[in-house]
Design a protein around this ligand. Structure first.
Ligand code: ADP
Ligand code: MG
Length: 329
């Protein structure tokens, strides 16, 4: 295990930012800390980095108890959303900075900077100033700078958070490829479930200062441990006694399977290759009269001849991921 966080608690006044958090992150893995804003992700990352101290609990990095080590002795590299670049220094100088303060020989610095700029595809921009780069390029420079000193652990706090959607998507694919090349143990904070699912080997879901679940993207999606995780990782709807994903609701145009729940289509929306339905149930099934959301493919909807006002019968598809719906009392 590369990073072992054990029973870490952090309070601000009476408020628990982290409440008895334990996680182990294997060497070489890319782990996402995922959760809603205010859940404690950055606090945990800062405690791993040594930028903040826990009230209790321990942090070990590669077998060394780092709980009381200052950040510069932990051999971690960081990248934050708003990165503090040296504005008056060229891209190459920014990347070289950490090596130069460590008095690395000049030739070695040059070799390493060239190698890193190539890695982040910025070789042709070596002599530009940061202000002459796009936002995405600047974050790549920030990553090169963090990697320059060969950290044991790379910590990224919403590194793409300030960029627009298209650039974010490019950068997350790029980060995945970079990680496959470099294999440095990486912890990546995000509140964006899609980003976490696409990039991470493993996801730690954090909410209200606690770890809700740890698992691979597939495990979390297919076997959510709680209602919270299920809802956070994708759209959820309610069909009678269970909650499930809208694409796991099966639509019939006859009563069909036993237990099928009758209703009427009250909304029908075509979005790309999907059709999204809202189905008003004929009778309330214990708590809440919210319509059921259903997603199916366009060709499937066409084959069933679905229209606004069509009568349908709903069941949970075979193999659907379901969790019990909380019944209102
Ligand atoms: P996240 O990164 O998941 O959005 P944070 O770790 O930044 O969440 O914050 C967790 C909680 O701790 C938030 O409610 C935040 O307001 C609180 N918090 C963080 N830092 C401080 C601080 N220095 N003083 C008081 N409260 C803080
Ligand atoms: Mg944060």
């Amino acid at each position: 295990m590369s990073i072992e966080v054990t029973n870490v608690t952090k309070k601000y006044g009476d408020f628990y930012a982290l409440d008895d958090v334990s996680v182990s992150l294997p060497t070489g893995q890319l782990t996402a800390l995922l959760g809603p804003s205010g859940g404690g992700k950055s606090t945990l990352l800062r405690i791993i980095a040594g930028l903040d101290t826990a009230d209790s609990g321990t942090v070990a990095i590669e077998g060394t108890n780092a709980t009381r080590l200052p950040p510069q002795k932990r051999n971690v590299g960081f990248v934050f959303q708003h990165y503090a670049v040296f504005k008056h220094m060229t891209v190459a100088k920014n990347v070289a900075f950490g090596l130069e303060i460590r008095k690395t020989p000049k030739a070695e610095v040059r070799r390493r900077v060239d190698e890193l700029l190539e890695l982040v595809h910025l070789s042709q921009f070596a002599d530009r100033l940061p202000s002459q780069l796009s936002g995405g390029q600047r974050q790549r420079m920030a990553l090169a700078r963090a990697l320059a000193v060969e950290p044991t652990v790379l910590l990224l706090d919403e590194p793409f958070g300030a960029l627009d959607a298209k650039v974010r998507k490019e950068l997350r694919e790029w980060l995945r490829r970079l990680h496959d090349e470099v294999h440095v143990t990486t912890v990546f904070v995000t509140h964006d479930q899609e980003e976490a699912m696409e990039v991470a080997d493993e996801i730690v879901v954090i909410n209200q200062g606690r770890v809700e679940q740890v698992g691979s993207p597939d495990e979390l999606y297919d076997e959510p441990a709680s209602d919270f995780v299920m809802g956070f990782l994708g759209e959820v709807t309610r069909l009678g006694p269970v909650r499930l994903r809208p694409h796991d609701v099966e639509v019939g145009v006859t009563p069909g399977r036993a237990g099928a729940i009758p209703g009427t289509i009250t909304r029908l929306l075509r979005v790309g290759f999907e059709v999204r339905l809202q189905v008003e149930l004929d009778r309330e099934l214990g708590g809440g009269a919210d319509p059921v959301s259903v997603v199916l493919s366009r060709s499937h909807a066409r084959s069933l001849d679905l229209e606004l006002g069509s009568k349908v019968w709903l069941t949970a598809a075979v193999g659907a991921v379901t969790v019990p719906a909380m019944v209102a009392v």
